[in-house]
Design a binder for this molecule. Structure first.
Ligand SMILES: Nc1ncnc2c1ncn2[C@@H]1O[C@H](COP(=O)(O)OP(=O)(O)OP(=O)(O)O)[C@@H](O)[C@H]1O
Length: 338
């Protein structure tokens, strides 16, 4: 499968992000309204501005109905925005979809995109042909992908006999057979057992390591935390945050944590240190000390080390906590009358 050299630069003049990287995806005040024959129109996306750098693994997070699928469909050029603009690798989403399509790999899962009565090999060769890859190259690429995704032994079995995990891997193979520069994945590890999910994550990381950009819509926050360089959280069609998971945790919680294993009298002394917000007992018998700022963390660390504590870990709130805080805050806001 492709090494860096296979990722060619054929973009339409890409812009740089404020962080200095060339942009794979950018949207500016993108909106999408669905108009029903009856009933009110639904504003699925509202002023969405986001940036994804080339080579980045970027998570798109949000509750059900937030607008993730709508955004993915617009980025994959199957749906037009009703307002705003967007570019993929420098090409305009509304007017240059023919240029964008060959650069994209789309994995939306479910039953779409695979022919169950064909074998895995036949499916991939068919998709290779659709991407305009010659029969010889298509066959070579098919073999390499089946091998890489652990499907070689079942290459000539019909897809209808495949497990959920095998189909999911085949979906990914289909998505990358055209050697795309940008991969759009919707819930890629949905329905996979933990081992298969982990293997798929490793593959996604490898694909990004080859210089490809990966945009993943997921409900799995732990997955987003390990996989994504940055995440964009959306709720009710609006961007509520866009940052690296760790940065988000700092911005949202403004607190740091130190996990220690210590007796109750020592914990009482730690609780009294300046800048300590509280201490919570964890299930594994350790105690989690919340500190207001880095200086307080330093104070706690120095104190516990001085008193012979050996099990010490600093940590940030999880992405799940950040998500709940941000989305919950939005929900609370949205019930306040305007
Ligand atoms: N074709 C459509 N016609 C009318 N409304 C739609 C259509 N597609 C989506 N919507 C509405 O737009 C909003 C956003 O939907 P979307 O499917 O993009 O959300 P999502 O974040 O992908 O949700 P989920 O995680 O449940 O898939 C929802 O209110 C949904 O009901």
């Amino acid at each position: 499968m492709g090494d860096r050299s296979t990722v060619t630069d054929s973009s339409g003049g890409t812009k740089k992000s404020p962080r200095g990287g060339a942009l794979a995806v950018e949207t500016l005040r993108l909106g999408r309204e669905y108009r029903a024959r009856r009933g009110p129109a639904v504003l699925a996306l509202n002023d969405v501005s986001m940036e994804v750098e080339q080579g980045e693994v970027h998570g798109l997070l949000g509750p059900n109905g937030a607008g993730k699928s709508t955004l993915m469909k617009i980025l994959s050029t199957v749906l037009l925005p009703t307002s705003g603009t967007g570019r993929v690798l420098g090409y305009d989403l509304a007017t240059e979809h023919r240029r964008i399509r060959p650069l994209l790999g789309i994995v939306f899962g479910g039953e779409r995109g695979l022919y169950p009565r064909l074998t895995a090999r036949q499916n991939l060769r068919y998709w290779a042909a659709l991407y305009g890859i010659s029969a010889m190259n298509g066959s070579r690429r098919t073999d390499a992908l089946l091998e890489e995704l652990g499907l070689s032994a079942r290459a000539d079995d019909r897809v209808e006999t495949f497990s959920v995990g095998m189909r999911q891997r085949l979906h990914l193979a289909r998505g990358i057979i055209g050697d795309p520069r940008v991969l759009l994945l919707d819930e890629p590890t949905n329905g996979l057992d933990p081992l298969a999910a982990r293997q798929l994550r490793e593959l996604i990381q490898r694909l990004a390591g080859e210089g490809r950009t990966v945009l993943i819509a997921t409900h799995d926050l732990a997955e987003a935390e390990v996989l994504c360089d940055r995440v964009t959280m959306i709720n009710h069609g609006r961007v509520v945050a866009a940052e690296a998971p760790k940065t988000l945790a700092r911005l949202v919680h403004r607190e740091e944590r130190v996990r220690i294993r210590a007796g109750s009298s020592l914990l009482d002394q730690v609780r009294a240190l300046p800048g300590v917000l509280g201490i919570r007992a964890a299930d594994d018998g350790t105690s989690v000390v919340s500190a207001a700022h880095q200086e307080a963390v330093g104070r706690v660390l120095a104190f516990v080390v001085q008193h012979g504590v050996t099990e010490i870990r600093t940590e940030l709130p999880s992405l799940e906590e950040v998500y709940l805080r941000l989305v919950h805050r939005e929900e609370t806001r949205s019930v306040v009358p305007r």
